[in-house]
Ligand binder design. Structure first.
Ligand code: SF4
Ligand code: FES
Length: 316
């Protein structure tokens, strides 16, 4: 098995593994990812937040790579040495990428449903500059209702393509994509055509920002005031394994279960997501693990999956 060293930690990985996935196997100093999604074929290589420095290309080629590379699409070679947060160049470049992503992104976190669980918000806290150098007007779009359940707010979109791959790979036939190029690029309104599909709601879960939101949840609460619980039901379309977001006894929304990288473990169907919102519809399993790294953790105590913290138990 090829060996790769990332931030001074060496690991053996299967041939063909990307640097990002090798870092995920190590579990420390994992580069952020805004467009790569392990469950979506072809994703990655769009946002550049996962840039790393390769200081040794392989055992055969001890020279480093001349430029920083996107770790989500660069495969490791035996003997490769990579720097992520140990490289000041990478940290500085990531700051620049975040600044670029924010050029056209409205700073409307106080009114955005995604606030608290937005990857761009987390990234800005960790890598962003405190001020903007951008004097020009931001591009803006009208909101588009994609059927009764989903709203597209293109103004917030970072063109990561995740929703395009989701629609492409989970629904029958491709019906939406990104049209135009450069700063005129936008998610095509063809996206409206995916509403008939049972799995269309997954575009909400894969969107790293608040560009695609759940119309049944919009403005009902802030996520940090809700109580996320894992639950399941018998479903003939999907696994039926979800996270329920409670306020008191009321289920405000249903989402797929997400792992520590913010990716859903399994895609869920629209019936589970939008049409089964009574607590009695579900078998509640226990708390969802809250990632301390995320803004959503502000109102939650950190705890491990399935281990109920005594203070949380008391608070219920
Ligand atoms: S709408 Fe969301 S998921 Fe789709 S390209 Fe834009 S940011 Fe990515
Ligand atoms: S996560 Fe690698 S380029 Fe977006």
């Amino acid at each position: 098995m090829p060996k790769v060293t990332i931030d001074n930690i060496t690991i053996d990985v299967p041939p063909g593994t990307t640097i990002l996935n090798a870092a995920r196997m190590i579990g420390e100093n994992v580069p952020p990812a805004m467009c790569y999604y392990s469950k979506l074929k072809g994703s990655g290589g769009k946002c550049r937040v996962c840039l790393v420095k390769v200081t040794k290309t392989s055992e055969q080629n001890p020279r480093g790579m001349p430029k920083l590379v996107a770790s989500c699409v660069t495969q490791i070679a035996d003997g490769m040495v990579v720097e992520n947060i140990t490289s000041p160049e990478v940290v500085e470049a990531r700051k620049g990428v975040v600044e670029l992503l924010l050029i056209n992104h409205p700073l409307d976190c106080p009114v955005c449903d995604q606030a608290g669980e937005c990857h761009l918000q987390d990234l800005s806290y960790e890598h962003g500059a405190a001020t903007t150098r951008y004097d020009f007007g931001r591009r803006t779009f009208n909101k588009i209702d994609i059927g009764p359940y989903i709203q597209l707010h293109m103004t917030r979109c970072i063109l990561c393509y995740r929703c395009v791959y989701t629609a492409d790979q989970l629904t029958d036939g491709r019906v939406h994509g990104i049209i135009n190029r450069g700063d005129a690029a936008e998610i095509s309104t063809y996206i409206e055509n995916i509403i008939d599909n049972d799995f269309s709601g997954n575009v909400i879960d894969v969107c790293p920002v608040g560009a695609l939101t759940d119309r049944t949840f919009r403005f009902k609460s802030r996520v940090w005031f809700t109580k996320p619980m894992n639950a399941h039901r018998n479903c003939d379309k999907c696994s039926g394994k979800v996270t329920l977001w409670f306020q008191g006894e009321e289920v405000l929304r249903v989402t797929g279960r997400k792992d520590q990288y913010g990716e859903v473990e399994e895609f869920i169907c629209n019936t589970c997501r939008f049409e089964t919102k009574k607590k009695s519809d579900w078998v509640v399993e226990g708390h969802r693990r809250i990632d301390t790294h995320s803004v959503i953790a502000q109102n939650h105590l950190p705890y491990e999956l399935d281990v109920v913290h005594p203070q949380i138990e008391q608070a219920q």
